[in-house]
Design a protein around this ligand. Sequence first.
Ligand code: SF4
Length: 387
Amino acid sequence: MEDPILQEGLRRAVKASVPATNRALQSWPYLAELADYVRKRKETVYSNIDYYIDETLRAIKEKAKANAYFASNKDEALKIIDSIIGNERKTIVKAKSMVTEEIMLREHLTEKGHEIYETDLGELLIQIAKDKPMHVIAPACHLTKERAAELLSSIGVKVTKGMDAEKIVPEVRAFLREKFVKADIGISGANSIASDTGAFFLVFNEGNISLATTLPPVHIALISIDKIMPTITDAFMQAVVQSGYAGLYPPTYIYMIAGPSSTADIEYHRVYGVHGPRELHIILYDGGRKEALKNPVLKEQLFCVKCGRCEFVCPIWNIAGNVWGGRVYGGPLGMGWTSITEGIEKAAPLSMYCLLCGACKEACPGKVDMIKIARYLKREYIEKIRK
Ligand code: SF4
C-alpha cells in the first residue's frame, strides 16, 4: 500500500474504468434489464445444478461433437488436461482465464516441460512477472510501461525501456504471432456455456482468443459450472452483461464456439479440422461451487459474471488492489470466491478489511450481496479467534 507505483496504477485503472461502465449503462439502459434476466436464469440453473451439468455434458458430446469431461477438483482437471496434451513437449497458447489460475494450470504445464504463452497482453506480463492478476479483467493494471517493457524484453520481445504502449504493442504482436502459428494446443476458459447446445462464448478485445482457439489443431476449454446457462441465447446474454459492466461495451469480439472446425463440402462427408481445431475438449469444472450452492450466503457469489466493477468502486481495492485477496481472487468479489475456491478459513481474515459500505453490491450486475458475505466471514473469523 505504500508502493507509489501501485497506487498510481490503481488510480489510473479506476479513472479509466469507472466512467466507461457508467457511460455504457447510460447509453444502453437495456444492459441493466439483461443483468436482471441473467440473474434469474442463473437461479434456474442453480436450483437444479446436477441436471444442468448432465445436460451440458450431453450437449457437448451429442450436439457440439466435442469431448466432454467433468472435473470435481484441481487434481482431476490437471489429470484430464495432461491426458489430452500427452507427454511430449508441446507449444501451448492460452487465453486469460481465472479458472485456469485457480488450478495453477500455467505453472503445472511449465513444470511438465511444455512451452506455454499467455496471449492476453496483461496476462502475459503477469506470467513473466510470476505475479497474480491485480484485477479480474485488468490483470496488469498496476504495471508501468517501463516495467512492462522490462518484463517483455526479458523473454525476447524487441522492446526497450523508453518505449510507450504504441511502440510496445506491435512488437508483442510480432512475438506472439509466431507462437500462435506453431502452437500444438490452445487453451481457454469461457464467459458462458449453453446447456442446450454445448456452445460457449468468449468476450475479448485484443483478437488473441480467436487465434488461440482457432489456429492450433487442439483446443481445450476449462469452464466452471457457474458459467452454465440454460440456452444459447441466455449464454449470449451473460456475455453481453459481463462486457457491459466491465465498461468494454460493445466488446470488440464475442466469439461463439459450438464444436470443432469441420466441412461437408465434398459429397456431404463431414471432415474435422479444416482451418480450426480438429479436436475440441470441454472440461466442466466444479472446484467448490456445488458445495457453495448448499450455503445460502456463499451461493450469492455464484451470481457473479466476473466483470470486475465491484473492485473499481471499492474504497479498499482502490488503495490495496488485489494485495487484499486470496491466492487468485481479490477485492470485494475475492471474499466470496476465495471462500469457494480456497476455503472459508482463507477468506475469513480478508473480510476484516471490508468497511461494509455497500458500493460493491450497488455496482454489481448479479446483485451479489457481498455485504452479507463479508458479515458472514467476519463472524466466522471472530468466532475462530475467540476459541
Ligand atoms: S461480484 Fe458483481 S461486480 Fe463484482 S465481478 Fe462479480 S459480477 Fe462483477
